[in-house]
Design a protein around this ligand. Sequence first.
Ligand SMILES: Cc1ncc(C[n+]2csc(CCOP(=O)(O)OP(=O)(O)O)c2C)c(N)n1
Ligand SMILES: [Mg+2]
Length: 255
Amino acid sequence: MKGTTASIMKYIRTEVFPTPFCAGCGHGILLGAILHAVHQSGLDFSRVLFVSGIGCAGWIPSPHYNTDTLHVTHGRPVAFATGAKLFNPELTVVVIGGDGDIASIGGNHLIHAARRNMDLTVICANNMVYGMTGGQAAPTTPRGARTATTPTGNLEPPFDLVRLVAAAGATYVARYSVWHVRPLIASIKKALQHTGFSFIEVLSTCPTQYGRRNEEPTPIGMLRALKQNCVTVKRAEDLSPEELVGKTVIGEFVG
Ligand SMILES: Cc1ncc(C[n+]2csc(CCOP(=O)(O)OP(=O)(O)O)c2C)c(N)n1
Ligand SMILES: [Mg+2]
């Protein structure tokens, strides 16, 4: 049953279906990828604690995952997860949050947990916008992108989350997208088994709040853009700075 949808259904509270996600939301793909990684790792699901804040990404574990989930204040899941891990060190503690939750209001918790090399896995579902609250600009919104609060284009530069977290001291750092599901699952497996602070940025699609205001309004167009615009770390080594403009480098950066 490796890799089939049937193999992960036992980890899902199907009584909460249909999901709260909009049509074309990439967070559902990430929801499944995390469960495939758990399944393939052979972890006891009842000994995994998922912590999430407020936002569409917060709904990935809660209410969907059939184990303990903490659905906490916006921006604070890393802080709650730190407390849970210190109190109960044998738990595998996984934070799942949006780019606003993890890197905007929660940015300080993120860098300090990385600095301390806390034994947590943090998965950031980066749809480059505040999806749930109406599509405001986030610290991950690309320059020039239109959002509810930057209708003529964002003037500010975005954070490069993998560089930020790697510089802060994380000991496993990777980036993939919801298009690159197989390498994403392999990376989540590594992060779950890693001792120390592991961080995965997952580029996700938000047709409702991001795509419709920018070049790719459709779910399939957004997925195609991820396929076309992402280049692996290895391939990026052979590209000039000019050739890398508009590209996102994916792969493992630390670990
Ligand atoms: C302390 C606090 N500040 C602000 C909010 C409003 N709020 C809820 S979710 C959110 C941002 C959601 O964006 P993100 O974390 O990227 O998740 P997404 O919905 O895009 O998956 C904001 C600003 C809140 N609930 N609590
Ligand atoms: Mg977001």
